[in-house]
Design a protein around this ligand. Sequence first.
Ligand SMILES: [Zn+2]
Length: 314
Amino acid sequence: MPELPEVETVARDLHRWVAGATIVDVEVRWDRTIRHPEPAERFALELRGAVISRVGRRAKSVLLHLADGRAMTVALRMTGALIVAPPDTPDDPYARVVFRLADGRELRYRDVRKFGRIGLWEGGGLLRSGGHGRSGARRGTREAATQYRVGDVFGRHGPEPLASGFSSARLAARLRGRSARLKTLLLDQSFIAGVGNIYADEALWRARLNPIRAADTLGPDDIRRLHRAVRSVLRQGIANRGASFSDYVGADGEPGANAERLAVYRRTAEPCLRCGTPIRRIVIGQRSTHYCPRCQPDPLHVADPVGAATEVPA
Ligand SMILES: [Zn+2]
């Protein structure tokens, strides 16, 4: 599943290729891909003639901002991809939505497993540089009865970890009083947006923190290391155009190169890049978790970290 760096890569590529393009026609081939508005015919009709002004990202969604202020959200989920096809490119049987552009190209939403969702929303309400999402949620309840704004879609999401406002102090404040395990908390999109299984494991390894550790046991140094680690693994992911496992590809159809740069994710039993100890795999909250038992010692110093997890005091 694409995480922040993969979605950011798609958004940056798309911005280069489709900013300024006019959508002349939309063909929805799988109605359930369209989350809003319904029915899919209305979605298609409302996009006719729209001009894409800018492509960005919020959390794990690609945002296509339209010149009239509206915005389209694309949640790629498991196998979704946005592909720009030059004129006369052979049709794609997995294209679920096809946006025909005025210059003859097609922007194709391709999705083998069909879990991805696309929505078209009124503009506004998007919080900039590390917003909390709280005010967006409040506005959402007031205006939900009339019209959804794009910001309301993300009302329950936590801050963007790469935003300038996401400081170490801000992370410390959010960790206070949270007894959840670090791994679980990093995956919680209301705690922090965009981090998934790959980058959570990588960040904890880089910060030398055990994934089962309770969040509110971190000292100031631990928090500073975690803050730095989360941001650096995400930045490295973007620099390498994302990590490709299974079906993720960038908007150019090419896989990213970050998978080869990962330190622990899917490296079970391989030597830790720092100390040589075999990487261990455990399951936390039904998610595979990879860590180095030496660099990221168990806070309870017991042999079985999975069994120990249930003993961690709240
Ligand atoms: Zn190690």
